[in-house]
Design a protein around this ligand. Structure first.
Ligand code: G3D
Ligand code: MG
Length: 246
């Protein structure tokens, strides 16, 4: 029997729903420990297969979101990170830039699996970040950092996509560690692989971003201009020829 211990961290601004997500996934009556020195909570879940005993430790910050100093310890040894934002508040999404950087540095680039989660999607009326906006953000972050992201939309209140997200994340984490005999979760409908999104963003030298579509459009225009130039060139050649003949 092989023993594995995986640490998963939930990061993101205060009140986006990190603790609620963890509690929803772990179910009622789970054991939670509080680490005062780091200001973080964690709880564990065990999965048993024929060959492996796998423990997942799920960590989140206990209201220390604005206290950066202690946080490198929080990320130490993490294998996966879930970056959470509140779909009602675009600033919590754009702030994920900083959370990502912190997670990368704090884990010493040890995090293999990254999720970005739009939480509180049950609050439809208050929603201010659409799926497209979120995917564009993820896409850009992916191009800028080279990190591969998975994206899902969750509600810790209704439970939407919570189990699916953790199942998929666990699966990817085991796969990344070459742990065999793992079954791909049956339900991955709610999980989006950002890399597979069509609407590819390309960052130019000046830091501006252009979509694939825009680039195609520019290329088409260049083709048209080139065609015209060729025509003009042919005409000029003919004129020069005629002049030489005369
Ligand atoms: P945090 O751990 O990221 O700081 P919390 O966030 O889990 O403490 O959640 C902050 C508030 O948002 C809580 O409300 C919680 O109930 C609510 N919340 C979290 N996730 C969801 C969700 O998916 N849908 C809805 N509708 N609410 C959610 P209170 O009122 O306790 O502060
Ligand atoms: Mg919390």
């Amino acid at each position: 029997m092989r023993k594995w211990n995986f640490k998963v961290v939930l990061a993101g601004d205060g009140a986006v729903g990190k603790t609620s997500i963890r509690e929803r996934y772990m179910g009622k009556g789970f054991e939670s420990s509080y680490l005062k020195t780091i200001g973080a909570d964690f709880s564990s879940k065990k999965i048993q297969t024929d060959k492996d005993s796998i423990t997942f430790q799920i960590w989140d910050l206990a209201g220390q979101e604005s206290y950066q100093a202690v946080r490198s310890t929080f990320y130490k040894g993490a294998g996966a990170a879930i970056l959470v934002f509140d779909c009602q508040d675009p600033a919590t999404m754009t702030n994920l830039n900083n959370w990502l950087e912190e997670a990368m540095v704090g884990s010493n680039n040890g995090i293999l699996i990254y999720f970005i989660i739009a939480n509180k999607v049950d609050l439809e009326e208050g929603r201010r970040v659409s799926r497209d906006m979120a995917l564009e953000f993820c896409n850009r972050l992916e191009v800028e950092t080279g990190i591969h992201f998975y994206y899902s939309e969750t509600s810790a209140l209704t439970g939407q996509n919570i189990q699916e997200t953790f199942d998929f994340l666990s699966y990817k984490l085991l796969e990344a560690n070459n742990i065999q005999d793992i079954v791909r979760p049956a339900n991955t409908e709610g999980i989006i692989d950002v890399r597979e999104q069509k609407q590819e963003i390309v960052i130019t030298e000046k830091g501006k971003s252009i979509s694939r579509e825009e680039i195609d459009d520019i290329n088409n225009r260049i083709d048209v201009i080139e065609g015209r130039m060729n025509t003009i060139q042919t005409i000029i050649k003919k004129i020069v020829q005629k002049m030489q003949e005369e």
